[in-house]
Ligand binder design. Structure first.
Ligand SMILES: Cc1cc2nc3c(=O)[nH]c(=O)nc-3n(C[C@H](O)[C@H](O)[C@H](O)COP(=O)(O)OP(=O)(O)OC[C@H]3O[C@@H](n4cnc5c(N)ncnc54)[C@H](O)[C@@H]3O)c2cc1C
Length: 479
């Protein structure tokens, strides 16, 4: 029988909790989950604090982990915001809502941790400051966030689950050094009131840029949403009197003007960067064996194991997919079984060749390096591969094909930006006035509902029950 390993997990968010559960299931007796905050849940812990540098660039600032804004609801139905064998059944005011808010997700994670006995594995208020391989062990250095206490401990394996929505990436704008206005990254956006009567330029094309623009529009005088999509011409956003869409910013000027690439310019008070995040592992000392280059964490075999340090070092939750909870769960199962040698990894050289081939495929597809971990269009292949490693069935071929078509359809129409808006529209508590519902085209609504239906099948709907839209009123029933 394999000897039980001593394993350190860094972070008690979705990834850390999933990893800890699988490690315990595989019989690891000593699992220590380091969590620098006083709560589990990671991203889903709403923190009203913002950082001293609103752009989040000052290396000496006190870092706030969370990036949630107060009004945020999930952009996926609860069936996709849960682990496969643990349904999302958190009620708000007696309602089982399809698109829960962040408090409900946090409650779900707390319940999950309690039910699987994970809370007692977590060392709260303990930040990992050093992870280093010494001989055949990992030394984990940690410090208390409440006192001067610090500690070094040896582990057989380390699982990195520290999240990647904390270190802002900002847009490079010609003339920005002399522009007199205020700049902020969405990491530090919480509530719209701070934008009262301001003219705000929001940069970004993802769900957060669109969602935050609408949130800010409640207080701001004007919101100008600037996206990279080349086809965008200046226009008002349907049903919003004070939101305009623009193409990319051309430059900004000393007099406060922001000039867009189509020749239009506005005099703005604030630029809000909704431009994503960088991976960051400040505690990891691997002598360059694992590095972050233009947001590519590498080399990582299948986004989890660095070949030279495998299997004793692994990363869970690095890759970006729609069905994130499920992907994290599969990665955690795979990692835990590799550690017990129930599943074997290829040789170091074979893993490196596989990674090189992945990079080559990305390059041939014209994808930039920083999209290395974005698996939106490959997520079925990836999930199937992980499923096969742990002996579980992959997704049905027909469902995959339809979903790919739908994803392409949504992307070709620039409609990914509506995802979070859909969540808001379908949520009974935050149901927008009827006039605003036309913001989401009917075609998109039906396409998205089909998409969600497919996903709900993939999540083996039989385990979690059918999808009910509009809260408890089954006006749209997907089974
Ligand atoms: C604004 C926003 C909206 C989102 N909306 C959705 C959505 O609707 N649906 C969805 O599926 N996903 C959404 N996501 C993605 C979300 O990040 C994932 O759902 C998930 O929370 C990621 O979990 P994680 O465990 O990888 O990271 P995190 O949740 O970030 O957890 C990492 C944990 O590690 C801890 N930690 C970090 N460094 C250390 C250290 N050195 N020592 C000790 N502890 C440490 C942190 O305190 C934290 O608790 C959203 C993300 C953001 C930012």
């Amino acid at each position: 029988m394999e000897k039980s390993l001593k394993v350190a997990v860094i972070g008690a968010g979705v990834a850390g909790l999933a990893a800890a559960r699988e490690l315990r299931r595989e019989g690891q007796q000593v699992v220590v989950v380091y969590e620098k905050s006083d709560q589990l849940g990671g991203t889903w812990v709403y923190d009203p604090r913002v950082e001293s540098d609103p752009l989040g660039l000052d290396p000496n600032r006190e870092i706030v982990h969370g990036s949630l804004y107060s009004s945020l609801c999930t952009n996926l139905p609860r069936q996709l915001m849960s682990f496969s064998d643990y349904p999302f059944e958190i009620r708000k005011n007696g309602e089982l809502r399809t698109f829960p808010d962040h408090e409900e997700v946090l409650e779900y994670l707390n319940k999950f941790a309690r039910d699987f006995g994970l809370v007692e594995l977590i060392r709260f208020n303990t930040e990992v400051v050093r992870v280093q391989r010494v001989n055949d062990q990992w030394i984990v250095g940690s410090r208390s966030t409440m006192s001067d206490f610090s500690l070094e401990e040896a582990f057989d394996a380390v699982i990195v689950c520290n999240g990647h929505h904390t270190q802002p990436r900002i847009a490079d704008i010609p003339g920005i050094k002399k522009w007199p206005g205020k700049q902020i990254h969405s990491h530090n956006y919480r509530v719209p009131e701070t934008f009262l009567d301001q003219v705000v330029v929001v940069i970004g094309d993802g769900p957060s840029a669109h969602d935050i623009s609408k949130d800010i529009a409640k207080a701001a005088k004007e919101v100008h949403l600037s996206s990279r999509s080349p086809e965008i011409k200046v226009s008002k956003l349907d049903c919003y009197g004070n939101i305009w869409k623009h193409p990319k910013i051309d430059c900004v000027c000393e007099n406060g003007e922001v000039a867009f690439q189509d020749g239009v310019s506005v005099h703005a008070d604030i630029i809000l960067h909704c431009t994503g995040y960088n991976y960051d592992f400040p505690f990891l000392e691997t002598n360059g064996i694992v590095s972050v280059d233009d947001n590519r964490v590498g080399p990582l075999y299948k986004h989890v194991f660095p070949p030279k340090l495998a299997p004793s070092l692994s990363f869970i939750g690095i890759s970006l997919t729609v069905d994130l909870f499920h992907m994290i769960e599969f990665q955690a199962k795979w990692m835990a079984r590799v550690l017990t040698s129930k599943v074997l990894l290829p040789s170091e050289n074979e893993m490196l060749i596989d990674i090189e081939q992945q990079y080559k495929r990305l390059e041939e597809a014209g994808k930039l390096k920083h999209y290395t971990h974005n698996l939106l269009y490959d997520e079925f292949e990836y999930q199937d591969w992980l499923a096969a490693q742990v002996g579980e069935p992959g997704a049905d071929e027909g469902l995959k094909q339809i979903t790919r078509t739908l994803l392409k359809f949504l992307a070709d129409n620039g409609w990914f930006r509506y995802f979070r808006a859909l969540g808001t529209l379908f949520s009974p508590r935050t149901l927008s006035p009827p006039s605003q519902q036309s913001l989401v085209p009917d075609l998109l609504k039906s396409a998205t509902l089909s998409f969600l239906r497919i996903f709900s099948h993939m999540r083996r709907a039989s385990k979690q029950g059918p999808l009910h839209f509009f809260g408890t009123t089954p006006r749209v029933h997907l089974s």
